[in-house]
Design a binder for this molecule. Sequence first.
Ligand code: GLN
Length: 406
Amino acid sequence: MRKGPSIRASGFTESVIREMTRLCQAYGAVNLAQGFPDFDPPVSIKRAAATAISKGYNQYSTTYGAIGLRKAIARKMKTYNHIDCNVDEITVTCGTTEGMIASQLALLDRGEEVVIFEPFYENYGPDAILSGAKCRYVRMKEPDFKIEEESLKQAFNRKTKAIIINTPHNPTGKVLSRQELGLIRDLCQDYDSYAITDEIYEHILYDGHDHVSIGSLPGMEDRTITISGFSKTYSVTGWRVGYVVASKPLTSAIRKVHDFLTVCAPTPLQEACTAALQLPESYYEHLRENYRKGREMLVDSLNDAGFGVFQPEGAYYVWTTTNDTGFRDDRDLAMHLITKIGVGGVPGSSFFHNPLHGRLRFRFSFSKKPETIRRAIKRLEKFSPKRHGARSSHAKTRGLAVSAGL
Ligand code: GLN
């Protein structure tokens, strides 16, 4: 018997994104690290939540989701994602986060392989460790992060059970094209693999980019697990309501895992999410327009501050290179920005399986009110590139976090 934590839990570190939020709070920095809005959702859906509580929606819902919400999700999947599904192919989960881990636990076995594009949202690594599958990483190449057929082909083999897709992509802002998704589809068919797709940023798009769901491509109907949620589209990241759409046999496995993990998503908030799905088209247009403005403000300011910026096509992050900032270590840069400049971001290393690959990369989020972004911009004016030493180490900055009591 092994004393102390399991090998499984020892296999990964705590979330750097959440750590950065705690540091921002401790040092009073503007938090452009964790991607959550600092503004409220529409009044109508806040009211719907309050009404649901006062009307008695306070006990467990059906474990896989309230029927009204699943009906509304099925309609949205048809009109927005062009995926035909019925209420028996939908599982409502505690956020997309639970949707992803429940899907991986339901699909993957030890010894099987899962393909992950890199850089990747930090949850996917621990998810794969928890499911026991082995990760194969495929680099999305700068500057346009295009999916290259050759490197993708090399990652697939007879053990490949699934590929994890995320479009619009966190952290790069890349929106996968129909043609790129077609390449993935062909490989999934050739190797009899599944696509698990995280589409949480599906409504946040710029410059005429369209969202394409791989599950809508012919041949992918029974091979796709589509995961999305309400957090980002309706600015309710704390509500924890997401959903998974998959064929009946897959859904039945996902529902069992979900039931034993969490029983159900919060009942009154499922009612409010049903109301959210009734919002008019203009809501989504405003959302996009506001984020477009935030993107412009932050991109300009980061350029001025000496960061190399990749213009995001979707989602609400700016992915940057830090070669010209004078910092050779992303955690040193994170600590300098938080403690000396008063702005938080996420060290690039947390988006790579080998941290060294992300030492000169950094992510900022613009999911904030215009005044919050302006405050960050004002502070970033004090950040002068190339004046900083390149000495310290990850260990030293970890020490700083510890001495701040975090
Ligand atoms: N998805 C958001 C991000 O990448 C929030 C992550 C989280 O803390 N759940 O920052």
